[in-house]
Design a protein around this ligand. Structure first.
Ligand code: SDX
Length: 382
């Protein structure tokens, strides 16, 4: 009977399928992409190598990497049609709406849109991965009233991303930190957006539809939108270039204590799966530390530590990846609403790897619900 049915709200703790793409281990705070610790990948690989690893299951050989790199660079530029569609969107809309629209348009433009063979899906995934940085940068620049910057075929993925965003070659230290962030954001098992992509794929819909839906799921502040919300917290607190780290820390602690007393949900903290800390945070925090040194903004570290310590003391809740990623992107000069689109650009790799895995061993995703509406009743006179 209905009262005996166990309902798992939010599918918490439910194992919905197998995956060979990544393994999240909350007990050991570890994360493996296709068996490789994410920390090792972040320390020694390019985003292009990690993308190929996620899609194919293996790190590429030099020839495979060279072949992919050439294709990726050839597909970076936006078509005039896509630019016109982006230009038609109001600059008052969220940049995630632009990403979502662009993913949909790229599907409509792709002659292989309806071909879900492994080969076609891989090609489509690679083209989306190649084009999304240009979408993100084109949109940020148009909002700033700046001319778009064309991609450069002589630069790697991360260096070119920063080039298209800011129109100047980024310092190698900045490129490295950005590359680390992209790798850490690339994949994370059955998170809400990836599961969304798998649900769409399970109906035998197409890859671009799955990615478009996933972007919608990522937009929310309980998921990818948190990296923007973190920076809004920092801005609400006030970032004061002349403040000592100790003063900033004290101010942040006081702010957090007050926010928690008011039962506020603090973005960038907590995680559905990790309860003792997010496996990616130490690597991203180290990149943030390097950027704080590079840009000479130690007061940010004070704010960061103050919020983290106060949250730890009050609730023992740890930061997630969005917490160090937000201020890192801010230091690099991205506009806050562009932060979640940066997450999109990275996660396209994981989403599409899961789409291909879902296609290969598909079963329609269709859970049950427990009805709790009115008992059967009848239309008067029927
Ligand atoms: C991502 O799933 C993934 O893998 C996602 C992701 C990926 O790579 O794909 O890792 C990316 O989405 C990171 C998460 C980004 N979201 C945020 O930073 C938003 C803030 N965090 C939370 O709202 C929350 O921690 C969630 C949504 C991330 C997880 O929530 P759960 O598992 O549903 O847990 P919950 O909200 O039921 O919280 C349990 C308890 C509650 O307290 P009690 O009611 O039991 O007293 O912990 C408290 C919560 O109030 N809590 C928080 C909190 N997070 C949890 N309290 C204040 N601030 C928080 N951030």
């Amino acid at each position: 009977t209905e009262s005996q049915t166990e309902v798992r709200k939010g599918l918490a703790g439910v194992v919905a399928d197998y995956t060979a793409v990544s393994k999240v281990n909350p007990e050991t705070n570890s994360l493996l992409y296709r068996g490789y610790p994410v920390q090792e990948l972040a320390a020694s690989c390019s985003m292009e190598q990690v993308a190929l690893l996620l899609w194919t299951g293996e790190l590429p050989t030099e020839e495979e990497l060279a072949e992919f790199t050439a294709r990726e660079r050839a597909h970076r530029a936006l078509t005039p049609e896509l630019k016109a569609i982006v230009d038609a969107l109001p600059t008052t809309c969220h940049p995630m709406d632009v990403c979502r629209t662009a993913a949909s348009v790229l599907g409509a433009q792709d002659p292989e849109a309806e071909d879900s063979s492994p080969e076609a899906n891989l090609r489509k995934a690679q083209k989306l991965f190649a084009a999304m940085p240009a979408v993100v940068c084109y949109d940020q620049r148009r909002r700033r009233g700046q001319e778009p910057v064309a991609p450069r075929e002589d630069l790697g993925y991360s260096a070119n991303f920063l080039w298209m965003a800011f129109g100047e070659e980024a310092d190698p230290a900045v490129v490295e930190a950005f590359n680390v962030s992209m790798i850490l954001y690339a994949e994370h098992s059955f998170n809400a957006s990836t599961f969304t992509a798998r649900v769409v794929t399970s109906t035998l819909s197409d890859l671009h539809s799955a990615v478009t839906a996933a972007i919608g799921a990522l937009k929310g502040p309980l998921h990818g939108g948190a990296n923007e919300a973190v920076m809004e917290t920092f801005e609400e607190l006030g970032i004061r270039a002349d403040e000592s780290p100790a003063d900033a820390e004290a101010r942040a602690k006081a702010w957090m204590e007050e926010a928690l007393a008011a039962k506020k949900k603090i973005m960038g903290f907590g995680h559905r799966v990790y309860k003792h800390g997010d496996s990616r945070v130490p690597t991203m925090k180290a990149a943030l530390d390097r950027m704080i040194d590079h840009y000479g903004r130690p007061e940010l570290l004070g704010l960061y530590n103050g919020l983290e310590k106060a949250m730890g003391e009050a609730k023992d809740i740890k930061p997630n990846l969005d917490y160090p990623a937000g201020p890192t992107y801010w230091l690099m000069g991205f506009d806050i609403p562009t932060f979640t689109p940066l997450f999109v650009a990275a996660r396209i790799t994981g989403w599409t790897a899961h789409v291909m895995e879902q296609v290969a061993a598909n079963s329609l995703i269709r859970p049950l619900s427990e009805y709790n509406g009115p008992d059967e009743r009848h239309v008067p006179g029927a």
